[in-house]
Design a protein around this ligand. Structure first.
Ligand code: NAP
Length: 296
């Protein structure tokens, strides 16, 4: 058993917003000596009452051990805090749970490594109350050896998933997840807006929508095979058939006076794919439209 496999491995947490507080609390609960620092020191009060040490400076906090979690508002704050002249990064493995994009993660990795730190990027796919439970999925990317070395301590946060050596992967999965989340919610809101015009309330539609979303989710692995093979036979429906149904959605939305922007946007994308000759293929052929740069 190496030192990092021990529940008494010291951990430092920089940033005590809701997510940092939850993370520090999970380390304490798992028995790790936990040092914390936050710009607003009073946010450490409850953690200190539970046994955390409040460091007077970021530099002091980093001096405690070999694992430092930083979880602040954005990457600029990461640089402001860790770039200070009295902060010695060499000797720590920095696990950055701050949300950002993949380019920011890769740049932060280079920056930290130039300063002698090991660097793992992380993305938290959970809300603070779930931290410390298996429901909290935490994505990590960066050198596997660093992940493996600190996994026993990081396990205190929830269910860890290692994505690969490319430091940008955790952020990339994170934003891909956001695309999924908002697309499902937007689709549900569109339907809810339509049904409310007929006096159907959101609670009545929600279970129906939930079942539909679950069924659609089961299509993903098969559709993924089509995307990965670059072959889109219309096994159940052709895109041009879907496009006619999109017209119904647009017409209904406009007729009852609800927002038709989302249906029109979906139809415009399908129309471009059909114009490019893909009307007889199956829906996931739209990956070719999603894969092109295009801004409104
Ligand atoms: P947040 O509001 O995003 O971040 C708050 C933290 O950032 C506090 O520690 C705050 O210090 C610090 N901070 C902000 N500006 C600063 C500055 N100029 N100098 C020093 N410190 C500064 O709250 P959060 O919910 O804890 O989120 C932290 C990260 O986790 C974010 O990247 C967020 O996207 C990610 N995340 C959050 C959730 C969630 O549900 N909350 C879920 C997934 C991921 P003060 O306390 O002094 O203001």
């Amino acid at each position: 058993m190496d030192d990092n496999n021990r529940a008494d491995t010291p951990v430092t947490v920089i940033g005590l917003g809701p997510m940092g507080q939850a993370s520090a609390g999970a380390f304490l609960k798992a028995g790790h000596p936990t040092t914390v620092w936050n710009r607003t020191a009073s946010k450490a009060d409850q953690l200190v009452a539970r046994g955390a040490r409040l460091a007077p400076t970021v530099g002091d906090a980093l001096g405690t051990g070999s694992l430092t979690i930083i979880c602040v508002a954005d990457y600029q704050v990461v640089y402001e805090l860790l770039g200070a002249s009295d902060v010695e990064l060499a000797g720590t493995t920095l696990v950055n749970l701050t949300s950002g994009d993949s380019a920011q993660a890769r740049e932060a990795a280079r920056w930290a490594e130039r300063r002698g730190a090991r660097y793992l990027d992380g993305a938290v796919m959970a809300i603070p109350p779930a931290i410390g439970t298996p429901e909290a999925v935490i994505l990590h990317s960066g050198p596997r050896s660093d992940f493996e070395a600190h996994k026993p301590a990081l396990d205190a946060l929830g269910t860890l998933t290692y994505l690969g050596a490319d430091h940008g992967l955790a952020s990339l999965y994170d934003v891909a997840g956001l695309a999924m989340m908002w697309s499902v919610l937007n689709a549900w809101l569109q339907g809810t807006a339509l049904l409310r015009t007929a006096g159907i309330d959101a609670a009545t539609y929600a279970p129906f929508a939930q079942q539909l979303a679950t069924v659609v989710a089961t299509w993903l692995p098969g559709y993924a095979e089509q995307i990965d093979s670059g072959s889109f036979p219309a096994e159940v429906s052709a895109l041009e058939t879907d496009a006619r149904a999109m017209d119904h959605l647009i017409a209904e939305s406009e007729a009852v006076g609800v927002n038709a922007e989302l249906p029109r946007w979906i139809k415009a994308m399908a129309d471009r794919a059909i114009a490019a000759g893909h009307g007889g293929e199956q829906y996931p052929v739209l990956i070719e439209e999603f894969g092109k740069p295009r801004t409104p």
